[in-house]
Design a protein around this ligand. Structure first.
Ligand code: NDP
Length: 255
C-alpha cells in the first residue's frame, strides 16, 4: 500500500454539515475526490442541491440532506436518510457554524443562545447521534471545525461567544476522542485562521491590518487550503491521531 492510498476513502460514506458553501463545500469536494460518497447536510435546500449538482458534474458521488444541526430530530432523520441512501456513516465533518461581532456589554441572551445552539450544541448532538452508529460498528472518524478564535482573542472586533464556542469545540474534541478511542472512533479538530468565505468580512479595509498584515504569511486562506487537512484527519492517513486540534492559520497564532 502506498502512502497516498491511505488518503483514499473509496466505499466510505461522509457527512459534511454546512457542506453547501465555504469551507464545508471545499471539504465535501476533497472527500468526494478521495472516493467517498458525500452527504451535503445544511438547511438551504437550493444551495444543497447546487453543491450536489456541481459534485456530480465533476463525476463525484454526493447527495443532499436538509438538516438544521441545532435540531436533534433533524440529525436523527439525517442519520437514517444517509444510512438508507448510502450506508452507515464512516466520516462526520462538523463544519456548520455561525459567527457575528458582539459587544459583551449589550449582547442579548437569545443571541448568545442562538450561536451556541449551532456552534457547540450542534457539534455535540451530531457527534452523539452519529457516534452511536460508529461505536457500534467500531469504526469512524469525526472532524470538527473549530477556529484559531478558540485559541486566541481576535481583534479589532469583539465576538466573545464565538471564541468561547470554538474553545469548547476543541475541548469537546479531546473529551470525545478519549471516550471513544477504545471503540476505534477517532475525533479531531481543525482550527483555521482567516479563510475567505461568506462568514468572514475579510476584505473590509478597516480589518486588513489585523486580519492580513499581521498574519506571518501576510494573506488569508481559501477553503481549498483547509480541505486537505480534513481529508488527512478523515482518512486512514491519520490512523494514530485522535484528540488533536490542528492549527491551519498561516502562522497567526505564533505571536
Ligand atoms: P459560511 O457562512 O460560508 O458557511 C456556513 C455553512 O454552515 C453554510 O453551509 C450554512 O448552510 C451552514 N449552517 C449554518 N447554520 C446551520 C445550521 N443551523 N444547520 C446546518 N447548517 C448550518 O462559513 P465558513 O465556511 O466560513 O465556516 C465554516 C466553519 O468554519 C464554521 O464552523 C466557522 O466557524 C469555521 N471557521 C471559519 C473561518 C473563516 O475565516 N471563514 C475561520 C475559522 C473557523 P445553510 O445556511 O444552508 O444551513
Amino acid at each position: 500500500m502506498s502512502v497516498l492510498d491511505k488518503f483514499r476513502l473509496d466505499g466510505r460514506v461522509a457527512v459534511v454539515t454546512g457542506g453547501n458553501r465555504g469551507i464545508g463545500r471545499g471539504i465535501a469536494q476533497a472527500l468526494a475526490e478521495a472516493g467517498a460518497t458525500v452527504a451535503i447536510a445544511a438547511r438551504d435546500e437550493e444551495r444543497n442541491e447546487r453543491a450536489v449538482a456541481e459534485l456530480h458534474a465533476a463525476g463525484l458521488q454526493a447527495f443532499a440532506v436538509r438538516v438544521d444541526v441545532s435540531e436533534r430530530s433533524d440529525l436523527e432523520r439525517m442519520v437514517e436518510e444517509v444510512t438508507r441512501t448510502a450506508g452507515p456513516v464512516d466520516v462526520l465533518v462538523n463544519n456548520a457554524g455561525i459567527g457575528f461581532h458582539a459587544d459583551a456589554l449589550t449582547l442579548p441572551d437569545d443571541e448568545w443562545d442562538r450561536l451556541f445552539a449551532v456552534n457547540l450544541q450542534g457539534v455535540w448532538k451530531a457527534s452523539q447521534v452519529v457516534a452511536r452508529q460508529m461505536v457500534e460498528r467500531r469504526t469512524g472518524s469525526i472532524v470538527n471545525i473549530g477556529s484559531m478564535s478558540g485559541l486566541i482573542v481576535n481583534r479589532p472586533q469583539w465576538h466573545s461567544p464565538y471564541g468561547v464556542s470554538k474553545a469548547a469545540v476543541h475541548h469537546l474534541t479531546r473529551s470525545l476522542a478519549a471516550e471513544w478511542a477504545p471503540s476505534k472512533v477517532r475525533v479531531n479538530a481543525i482550527a483555521p485562521g482567516y479563510v475567505k468565505t461568506e462568514i468572514a468580512d475579510i476584505d473590509l479595509p478597516e480589518y486588513r491590518h489585523y486580519w492580513v498584515d499581521e498574519v506571518p504569511m501576510q494573506r488569508y486562506a481559501s477553503p481549498d487550503e483547509i480541505s486537505p487537512c480534513a481529508l488527512y484527519l478523515a482518512s486512514d492517513a491519520s490512523s494514530f491521531v485522535t484528540g488533536s486540534v490542528m492549527v491551519v492559520d498561516g502562522g497567526y497564532t505564533l505571536w
